[in-house]
Design a protein around this ligand. Structure first.
Ligand code: ADP
Length: 385
């Protein structure tokens, strides 16, 4: 039997998972993903489709139980010695990965109302591992933790201070992705400790301003709704819109929450799709307007974050759109000409690592993110300590 670390990233409509050998270099043994949970789940592992023997409306718990049994059956020669999980919200309590205990679970459950679409599913992954392998130590890695280095000013909303004292703060998310990228900066940048903006552009999208490879500011806030235009989330919004919907349009709180969290963003503006590929392929005017707004907001946030850093040395693109869409990167880089960006069109079209010319004052790079990989690293590190 050889030792392995299981990583689970159990999200709202998908579960990503991976197994790593437990040696210091953490070789990845497999990586799989179950999508469309609730709509007839689809499963692929290392590019091979394996249908789930479960009904279309199977819950996260059903799917997780099947997945763990399947991994045990298919990989009987592996002994799972630890499990690491993505947990979206760590609040003020968790600035570092934490070993799972009953107390830690209770504290994570208390944070669930702040991330209702994610936290319960993250916790379902922890519960499923505890059911199948009760003796296996588990570690939670938080999406908020990377941002705990921010100054108090960067975290404050301008609301009465009793609420800030009570934890109504800008937490920020996508921290596992930013943490991973921060570990890669020395490999690609001349000034890895300089002023860097990382743009994580996927279905969820945010940006993080880093200095000394630590988070200094970010676009997401108390929840993952704030900031950039996302697949289905509105991003930056005047809170007055919410009162208008509630007071003047007779919508319920749940309806407004659904509208801003599931029916807005690229989907809401285009009326066509939340998927950037669909919009780029469409010739409908509403699709181009949604893309224009996505790019406009991205450029606006880059300007704001560069101002918080007092300048900008490098811009890094990651996430599904950031890693794959030369067209969106090109448009954002055009908007960064004033910051000294000169794109290398050939390198950009090839999704190369550096996509600006050698003499460009602002360096722009593409770095594929690896949230599961950083969870494996942190899980091994915590358990060895
Ligand atoms: P999630 O936030 O769910 O992890 P991803 O990081 O996988 O999402 O990003 C999904 C987004 O990436 C979708 O909008 C998808 O259209 C977009 N995307 C993936 N590949 C491409 C591509 N080649 N061109 C444009 N967009 C792409």
């Amino acid at each position: 039997m050889s030792d392995a670390i299981l990583v689970l990233n159990s999200g709202s409509s998908s579960i990503k998972y991976a197994l790593y050998g437990a040696s210091p270099d953490l070789p990845r043994l497999l990586h799989g993903q179950i999508d469309r949970i609730g709509l007839g789940p689809e499963h692929a592992c290392d590019g091979v489709d394996t249908p789930l023997p479960l009904p279309g409306d199977a819950t996260h718990a059903d799917i997780l139980d099947w997945l763990l049994a399947h991994l045990q059956q298919e990989h009987g020669a592996l002994s799972i010695i630890a499990a690491g999980h993505r947990v979206v919200h760590g609040g003020r309590d968790f600035a570092e990965p934490a070993q799972i205990t009953e107390d830690a679970i209770a504290r994570m459950e208390r944070l669930a109302p702040l991330a209702p679409a994610h936290q319960p599913h993250n916790l379902a992954g922890i519960a499923a591992v505890a059911r199948r392998w009760p003796q296996v130590p588990q570690v939670a890695c938080f999406d908020t933790a990377f941002h705990r280095t921010q100054s108090r000013i960067a975290q404050l909303f301008a609301i009465p201070r009793q609420f800030s004292d009570d934890g109504v703060l800008r937490y920020g998310f996508h921290g596992l992705s930013y943490h991973y990228i921060s570990t890669r900066l020395p490999d690609v940048l001349d000034k890895p400790d300089g002023k860097v903006i990382v743009a994580h552009l996927g279905n969820g999208a945010s940006m993080c301003a880093m200095e000394n490879r630590q988070s200094a500011a970010t676009t997401m806030g108390f929840t993952a709704l704030d900031g950039l235009v996302m697949g289905r989330r509105c991003g930056e919004l005047d809170p007055g819109v919410i009162f208008h919907m509630l007071r003047d349009r007779g919508m319920t709180v749940a309806e407004v929450e659904d509208m801003l969290g599931s029916d807005s963003g690229l989907m809401g503006v285009s009326g066509i799709s939340s998927d950037m590929r669909d919009l780029l392929a469409s010739d409908a005017p509403a699709a181009s307007e949604a893309i224009d707004l996505f790019v406009y907001q991205a450029c606006k946030k880059i300007g704001a974050l560069a101002a918080t850093l007092g300048g900008l040395d490098a811009l890094v693109f990651t996430g599904g759109i950031g890693e794959n869409s030369a067209q969106i990167r090109a448009r954002i880089l055009e908007g960064c000409a004033w910051l000294g960006a000169t794109m290398d069109a050939g390198a950009n079209a090839a999704n190369a690592s550096r996509i600006t010319t050698p003499d460009s004052r602002l360096a722009a790079h593409v770095i594929p993110t690896d949230e599961e990989g950083i969870i494996a690293v942190e899980t091994r590190k915590l358990l060895r300590n």
